[in-house]
Structure formats: C-alpha cells, structure tokens
Design a protein around this ligand. Structure first.
Ligand SMILES: C[S@@+](CC[C@H](N)C(=O)[O-])C[C@H]1O[C@@H](n2cnc3c(N)ncnc32)[C@H](O)[C@@H]1O
Length: 390
C-alpha cells in the first residue's frame, strides 16, 4: 500500500518536479482514482476485522486521502505526506474516530501537532510522537477548531466587490478574526494592475493573484462605509494566543502566506473590526443587517464557512435567508456546497477549487487561498439586484 501511494505521489509530481497548480491531467486523475480505490480496498480489509465496522474507518481514510490528493498536493508536501500516511494507518484512524466528527479534520490534526511539537521528520516520526502524546493532542483538538483566516481570499472577492454600486456595507459570515473584512486595507498584485491602500495605512500585506482573461481586474479599491463580522467564535487578532493559533493553521512551507497573515493580524489588532458572536442560522445576522447604513449597498459574504454546516437543507435555508436580507450575497465556497449553483458553472474546475457566486450566479473559479481567479461569467446578469425583501 505504501509503495502504491509513493507511486501515486510520483505520478502527481512528474511534471517538472512539482505538482502543477493548473488543471489536473487525465493521467493525474486516473492515478488519483486508482490510489483512492486502493485505499478503499485496503481499508475494507482492515475494517472487516474492526469492531468499528467498514464505514467509519474507510470514510475517514478516504477523507485523508482526498485531502492529500486534492488539497495538499502541490501546496504542502509535508501535509500531503502526513495525510497519505494517516489514510492507511488504522491506529491513527482509530484515534481520530474517538474524537467528535467535527474534530476529525486533517487540518485540525496537523495544526494541533505542529502547535505542540513543531515540524518533525516524516510520517514515522509524526506517528511516534503522536502515539506518545495522544492526550495532549486530543486536548488541543477538542479545545480549538480550524478557523483559518486567510486574508488573501480578498483578492478573489475584490473583482466582484469593485463592480458593485459603492459605497458598500460589508457583513462577513464566519469571519474568524475578521481579516477578510479589511479588504480595502490591503495591497493587490494582479500582474497588470497593482493596487495599494491609502497612504495612511502604512503597513499592509500585498496579495498576488493570477487572473484569467475576462476577469474584471480592479483598478481602485472598494469604498467600505461600514463593516461587521459574525462568527460562532470570533477571534481577537490582538490576543497573542489566538494569533499564534491562526499562524499555526497556515500550512508549513507557505512562508509568504504566513508573512502576509502576520501583517494582516497586526492591521486587525490595530483597527479592531466589529465582530459579533453568533450562529449564521440565528437572529444575529438579521440584527447586523438591520444596523447597516441604508445608503450603502449591503453585501453579505462568506468564504470557506459553509462546509461547517453539514446539512444541505440548513445551507439552503441560510441561502434563502441571506438573499432576502441583503443586496448582494457573495458565496466563495467549495462547489459541492451548493451543487445547484455549481451545475450552472460552465468551466471544469480543478480539484479543491472554490466557486465564487453572486446572488446564486456562478462568476469564477477561485483558488481556495485566493491565489487565482478564473472568471467564467459571460455577462453581468449577476449584478442585477433582486432587491431585499426584509
Ligand atoms: C475556515 S474559517 C474561514 C474564515 C474566513 N471566512 C476566511 O475565509 O478567512 C471558518 C469560520 O467559520 C466559522 N463558522 C463555522 N460555522 C459557523 C456558523 N454556523 N455560524 C457562524 N460562523 C461559523 C468558524 O468559527 C470559522 O471561524
């Protein structure tokens, strides 16, 4: 099994020694399918003699294999290696299974491990250290969650925000520390266009973003009249422990991302975006919308949040509610979150890519960390405002 996974890793990295970030080749897709199939067969063999039954361990295994192939490949060789190892390691899978479902994520396991022990060798060392310190890892995983706040996602949101009638009142759902609310305080490098915030904001990150032909590249920053965020557990960028956890959530090897995160955290610690504690399904969102100035375009957006809402009916209920509350609902999530929207997207997506939609219209495929925008909207239908009903 291990040899097969190594072969799969090699097949994925054949092109120029590293995994291409563009679309997967047919060869890569085939090898990924074979690797996932082999893991399933392997796990079936393990779980045939497991009191947990086939389903639980093999689902967890597939989840880690998908993470390795679709999310970490080409972005973090270290996490890719760990995830491949976990996918075929019954001992670690059993440990994960003993945690609540929402705590079984690869990102949470690997961040908790790094937070406690830093970067350690390869999979064998990871496994040895983990098995000697299960209680400490468990405590951290139970106490924290993956609230990865990625301000670079603003680069993917900006083309849409700049097309809307200004000024904007921004509400972010699932804001974490509110870094994506500071969209007008950062710099952006789109290649043909480089934007900087007003001179008074002296220290800021600059996000690089590759854009496809047809992307409406912003030439000025949006005018934000008012902003607020909502989160189950808002984080305070000025709190060193919370900032340190957010830093650990950045994947190893991603030094530019980490540097930019630190700069954004400093900015947020100074500017303190208004964050409210609450569930996206509760009344706090309605209350925030009611507080927004009526002479600004009310935008509610979220990125990398709805995967935490497992019930598709609850997601649809949220979509219906948010559409009635604001002028523009911007959704930047994995395409499986709203399959009915993804079905209307014309282009083929790269595994792991997010779909950016506006009021239910697909407009772009975006890199999940904001590094690219592949524009797919062929008209500006999405700018037609349906009008709020609430
Ligand atoms: C992965 S983070 C993304 C943060 C930010 N949107 C970004 O893109 O950088 C997801 C955030 O959603 C929040 N969240 C998850 N479920 C939520 C819910 N039901 N209501 C409000 N916030 C939620 C989590 O607490 C977490 O801070």
């Amino acid at each position: 099994m291990y040899q097969l996974l190594c072969w799969h890793g090699k097949m994925l990295t054949r092109r120029g020694g590293k995994v291409a970030r563009g679309r997967s080749t047919p060869e890569q897709v085939v090898t990924t399918v074979i690797a996932i199939y082999a893991v399933v067969v392997h796990l079936n063999a393990i779980t045939a003699r497991s009191p947990l039954g086939t389903d639980h361990l093999s689902k967890l295994s597939q989840r880690y294999m998908r993470f390795a192939c679709e999310e970490a490949a080409g972005r973090s060789p270290y996490y890719e290696g760990l995830a491949r190892g976990v996918a075929t390691d019954e001992y670690v899978l059993r440990f994960l299974y003993s945690l609540p479902t929402e705590k079984q994520q690869p990102n949470l396991l690997f961040a908790a491990f790094r937070h406690l022990f830093g970067l350690k060798g390869g999979y064998e060392q990871f496994r040895d250290t983990l098995s000697e310190n299960l209680a400490a890892v468990r405590t951290l995983m139970e106490g924290r969650s993956t609230q990865t706040n990625e301000p670079a996602r603003c680069a993917a949101l900006l083309p849409v925000l700049c097309l809307l009638p200004q000024p904007l009142a921004l509400i972010e759902v699932g804001a974490s520390a509110g870094l994506c609310l500071l969209v007008d305080r950062y710099g952006y490098d789109y290649g043909q266009s480089v934007l900087h915030p007003k001179p008074e904001h002296d220290s800021y990150p600059v996000f690089q973003c590759t854009v496809s032909d047809g992307t409406p590249i912003p030439t000025t920053l949006p005018e934000i009249a008012w902003r607020a965020g909502l989160d189950l557990q808002p984080l305070d960028a000025a709190d060193p422990a919370e900032a340190a956890w957010l830093e650990t959530l950045v994947w190893p090897e991603q030094e530019v991302r980490l540097r930019n995160l630190r700069a954004a955290l400093e900015l947020a610690a100074r500017t303190k975006p208004h964050l409210v504690k609450g569930d996206l399904a509760g009344g706090e969102l309605d209350a925030l919308c009611a507080q927004a100035p009526s002479d600004a375009t009310l935008v509610v957006f979220h990125t990398a949040v709805l995967a935490y809402v497992e019930d598709p009916a609850a997601r649809r209920a949220f979509a219906a509610k948010v559409s009635s509350l604001c002028d523009y609902w911007i959704c930047n999530e994995a395409p499986g979150i709203f399959p009915e929207i993804a079905k209307r997207a014309s282009a083929v997506q790269t595994p792991g890519t997010f779909l950016l939609s506006v009021n239910g219209h697909p407009v772009a495929w975006t890199d999940p960390h904001g590094a690219s925008v592949d524009w797919i909207a062929d008209d500006q239908e999405f700018l037609k405002r349906p009008g709020r009903t609430a």
